[in-house]
Design a protein around this ligand. Structure first.
Ligand code: PLP
Length: 395
């Protein structure tokens, strides 16, 4: 057997799919701008290549949670606008301000700290109003004081309020409507205070794809860009015209013929009801395969067909039942990917394990090599080789 030119475990990141998904969504939400959300290492896909592909396809800005995530993009040479919105209470904002990173401000205290650390360069701020998610964001009762102070700091030349934003609770259309009503009041109060934020944004993928009234000047798109569904109602990526970006695959590590009655994997939760062939897939919960998918009806694509996962998912491996078909050690197994290829999706795995596709892709572990693919991968490499700048659209 000759060694294939492929790693044992691999997540192929299709940057052409990132570009297609961004174009699809941008076309749907125009004239609203697309802020591509690349927090958590681009939901496990790799922040730098995904950011470059999204910007080249027309995203106007990047969104991250932490300052460090924004600074890592700057270090990689990404010079597009970036907004970061979740801060350590003791954060040093100076490197971010110096690097032109835009800052979400969720309280009067945070606003004061940002303004106090602005030096020669004004800090670009997006003020966050809590419209009902009850996480961070300024409570409505405190909003008038915050916008008044922001206007003062703007006149003093310490900050520039470039945006006002909020985040939905993804609860129901009625709840969305009441959050939008709070957002409208907050925008009116900001105007009243003398602020003229260019970017009003509240929608993430779910509302951006469903509700035109939520789009304002920009939408923050995470999961849709990765080709997974934001909806919990059975709407699939295919229904939305989106293509999954990540394909998780491995090579069969062992094949075993077993008799009827044989138990497989820890605890023998599963027994063969006939003589059958089992194939061992070298991915487990340490690699992000949800242990909760055990017994949940998850499948993989192997030998051109869907095969059921059987028995306990272990730390490093799980078993699939291939019946009487012939499977060999070294054959490719696609755990999830693009449904157009016949593979299950990360959303299917989420369904089998009682979670959401977001969690499935975000938790893929460090033993899995990320391999960028698609035309944009070449463009990314060229950009890196040149000066780290962002490739032109269509490159
Ligand atoms: C993660 C996040 C998003 C992206 O949400 P998706 O549902 O993945 O589109 C948008 N805005 C904020 C504030 C977030 O934290």
């Amino acid at each position: 057997m000759t060694a294939p030119d492929r790693p044992f475990r691999e997540a192929v990141i299709d940057l052409a799919a990132v570009a297609d998904n961004i174009r699809t969504i941008a076309g749907r939400v125009a004239p609203a701008e697309v802020i591509a959300v690349v927090k958590a290492d681009a939901y496990g896909h790799g922040a730098v290549p995904v950011a470059r592909a999204a910007l080249a396809a027309g995203a106007s800005r990047l969104g991250v949670a932490d300052l460090d995530e924004a600074l890592a993009l700057r270090d990689a040479g990404v010079d597009a606008p970036i907004v970061a919105w979740l801060h350590d209470p003791f954060a040093d904002f100076r490197p971010a301000i110096a690097g032109g990173v835009e800052l979400g401000a969720s309280s009067l205290d945070q606003l004061e700290r940002i303004a106090a650390q602005a030096g020669d360069r004004r800090a670009a701020v997006h003020l966050k109003i809590d419209t009902g998610l009850s996480r961070n964001g300024v409570p409505e009762a405190e909003w008038p004081a915050v916008v008044a102070r922001a206007a003062e700091l703007e006149r003093d030349g310490r900050i520039e309020v470039v945006g006002v934003f909020s985040h939905f609770a993804n609860t129901s259309r009625e709840a969305d409507a009441s959050q939008l009503a709070v957002f409208e009041r907050a925008l009116a109060a900001a105007t009243e205070a003398g602020l003229r934020p260019r970017l009003r944004h509240i929608a993430s993928s779910e509302q951006a794809l469903r509700d035109p009234s939520s789009r304002y000047d920009a939408v923050r798109i995470g999961i849709g860009m990765y080709g997974l569904t934001p909806f919990g109602d059975g709407t699939t990526c295919t229904d939305l015209g989106l293509r999954p970006v990540m394909t998780l695959r491995a090579r069969v590590a062992a094949v075993r013929r077993v008799d009827a009655g044989a138990g497989a994997s820890y605890g023998h939760l599963w027994h063969a009801d006939r003589p059958t062939t089992l194939a061992l897939v070298p991915l487990g919960y340490a690699d992000g395969i949800p242990r909760h998918a055990t017994g949940g009806g998850a499948e993989v694509l192997l030998g051109g067909r869907r095969r059921p996962v059987v028995g306990r998912i272990a730390m490093d491996q799980f078993i699939v039942d291939v019946g009487d078909d012939s499977v060999e050690v070294g054959d490719e197994v696609v755990v999830f990917g693009d449904p157009a290829t016949g593979a299950p999706t990360a959303d299917d795995w989420a369904e089998a394990s009682g979670t959401i596709g977001y969690e499935v892709v975000t938790r893929i572990g460090p033993r899995v090599r990320r391999t960028p693919a698609g035309d944009a991968a070449a463009a990314n490499e060229a950009a890196e080789a040149a000066d780290g700048s962002v490739p032109e659209a269509g490159a």
